[in-house]
Design a protein. Structure first.
Length: 303
């Protein structure tokens, strides 16, 4: 039997199952009780308030601690497993190390000394975001809004959640990068020369008003980086989790059409592979690469 014929038969069986489920369960109407946004609410696990500051432990804090611990443990474990003849794990980590060192850090910083100094920061940023994104696709019992009973114990239901799907986390990482590259630029050139480097060369004959306008545009572009760098990471991870939520059954529950779950679940599986295999790594690569570009631009002879 040809592959095309097998695919047509499988598709026909799949559609028959969907139609059968639709005839059996029908359409119960829109579910007003199901609120998809509740999946991303952060209920405090341990309330900690110091004056107006809320330092409560919640799901986002747990995932941050899990990411930091896993990043440190993985790096320490790999460093102790280094061999002259590398195994598969060491080979994979060496590829990731080379990517962070040569492609991300050295490839975007013209000064080798600056690249060597900032490589640990760029590499830590890359691996931290990578682990944060990947952990976000592991089902863990962290949904405190819903529980299931096991021998009398109320256990939180399994859910997927990523710390980077909370806008506050990417913003903090972006602020660290933003302040760091400005500080490095001032340290490398001095305050006034660094400010002057924001103007492109060839403006000597331009009027002060024109140069002031271009300088203002450059100031706005630096401020926009706070938004673009943080929102890019946040929006991609949040969108991926929303797609998985709706395709994995959320849309069927929301609309009250049980048969729709059979239609969307294969799509959820495809989205899951796509998110884990590409988006999680790509977003970590983009964030760390742009960080390296900003640091390299701030310290280069010509901005």
């Amino acid at each position: 039997m040809k592959t095309k014929t097998k695919a047509l038969i499988a598709g026909g069986v799949w559609m028959a199952i969907i139609i059968l489920l639709l005839l059996i369960f029908g359409n119960e109407g829109k579910n007003e009780e199901f609120k998809p946004q509740n999946e991303f609410k952060l209920h405090p696990w341990i309330s900690i308030h110091i004056g107006p500051i809320d330092l409560s432990i919640n799901r986002a804090v747990f995932y941050l601690a899990l990411t930091a611990g896993l990043t440190i443990a993985t790096m320490v474990w790999i460093s102790k497993k280094m061999q002259q003849r590398p195994n598969k794990t060491q080979t994979a980590m060496e590829i990731a190390y080379d990517l962070a060192k040569n492609n991300i850090a050295r490839g975007n910083m013209s000064d080798p000394a600056v690249a060597a100094r900032w490589f640990p920061f760029i590499a830590a940023l890359f691996f931290f975001i990578l682990f944060a994104n990947l952990i976000g696709y592991l089902p863990l019992p962290t949904n405190t809004g819903e529980h299931f009973n096991v021998f009398g114990l109320e256990i939180p239901t399994f859910a997927i959640y990523a710390a980077t799907a909370n806008i506050s986390i990417p913003i903090v990482l972006t602020l660290v990068v933003w302040v760091s590259y400005h500080v490095e630029g001032i340290r490398a050139k001095g305050f006034l020369p660094y400010m002057k480097s924001w103007l492109p060369p060839g403006l000597e004959n331009m009027s002060p008003i024109g140069r002031g306008a271009i300088f203002l545009i450059e100031v706005v572009s630096h401020l926009v980086r706070l938004v673009s760098l943080s929102v890019r990471l946040f929006a991609n991870i949040l969108a991926g989790h929303l797609l998985l939520l709706f395709m994995g059954g959320g849309l069927a529950v929301l609309l009250g059409i049980a048969a729709l779950g059979a239609l969307t679940f294969p799509l959820a599986f495809a989205f899951f592979i796509f998110e884990v295999g590409l988006v999680a790594t790509l977003q970590a690569f983009i964030f760390s690469t742009l960080s390296a570009i900003y640091i390299g631009g701030a310290t280069s002879a010509e901005h």
